[in-house]
Design a protein around this ligand. Structure first.
Ligand code: KIV
Length: 275
């Protein structure tokens, strides 16, 4: 915290301490202005690599780079004051070795000022998570559906539809918790499994398309606002701003075409104060 700051930001240990307590409210944001709005109501802001799909129209999160995450992470830090900001580590920036993950995570923490990073993967990433946490990098895990693995899993379908897969997914969450993660996102898994994991691990679980039994929930902001063209079935729409934005742009275009130039009355030399 700098000397000028009067609001104390939530930290990874604050979120860890919420296990089994008040639900943790988390949303994504990639820009300063939406971060300012999300910050007023949420405990955690996730600068998700979903920005590749939401902001850049990519088909998957695979092409997202570390530089993209750092740029938007900085914007979100500028726009927010109170929430813990977690920045996603993009595909290819952390899987090769613990050292690769550490160097990439250090860039994210130093260049954005965020409070934690998020890594996809369970048991296979546990050693890396422990390495990072021991060296001062707070890590949020992410198990169940891990969208960065799209090219090996084949689709964004819910995980654990077959009960025989449950022990593996539960083991992933346990491994992440034992490695020292301060919380774990559980994405698109069957409700009873998410409930079981939440009871089994000592860290907060944050569900997305998982279960109300999780310790918190996260959604992609544009999905819940009704701005994304395609949204997963489980997303509740709390807004419908897409059509509102379309209508505003239509009205603007009509004005300009009719030479009713918006704001023209304030053009310099007319009603504005003399310079
Ligand atoms: O990238 C993202 O927005 C995420 C959430 C869907 C959890 O990882």
């Amino acid at each position: 915290m700098s000397l000028q700051d009067d609001v104390k930001r939530l930290t990874a240990p604050d979120i860890l301490a919420r296990k089994g307590g008040d639900p943790i409210v988390m949303l994504t944001s990639y820009h300063a202005h939406t971060a300012g709005l999300v910050d007023q109501y949420c405990d955690v802001i996730l600068v998700g690599d979903s920005l590749g799909m939401v902001m850049h129209g990519m088909e998957t999160t695979v092409p997202v780079t570390l530089d993209m995450m750092i740029l938007q992470g900085r914007a979100v830090m500028r726009g927010s004051k109170r929430a813990l900001v977690v920045v996603d580590m993009p595909f290819g920036s952390y899987e090769a070795s613990r050292e690769q993950a550490f160097h990439a995570a250090v860039r994210v923490l130093k260049e954005t000022g965020c409070g934690a990073i998020k890594i996809e993967g369970g048991r296979r990433m546990a050693e890396t998570i422990a390495f990072l946490v021991e060296r001062g990098v707070p890590v949020m895990g992410h198990v169940g559906l891990t969208p960065q693995s799209i090219n090996t899993i084949g689709s964004f379908r819910a995980q654990g539809r077959d009960e025989r897969d449950w022990p593996r997914i539960e083991d992933d969450a346990l491994a992440v918790a034992q490695a020292g993660a301060f919380s774990v996102v559980i994405e698109a898994v069957a409700e009873p499994l998410a409930r079981k994991i939440t009871q089994a691990v000592g860290i907060p679980t944050i569900g997305i398309g998982a279960s109300p039994a999780c310790d918190g929930q996260v959604l992609v902001l544009e999905d819940m606002l009704g701005l994304s063209p395609r949204v997963p079935k489980f997303v509740k729409r709390y807004g419908d701003i897409g059509p509102g934005i379309g209508k505003a742009i239509e009205d603007y275009a009509k004005d300009v075409r009719a030479r009713r130039f918006p704001g023209a009355e304030h053009t310099y030399g007319m009603k504005t104060k003399k310079l």
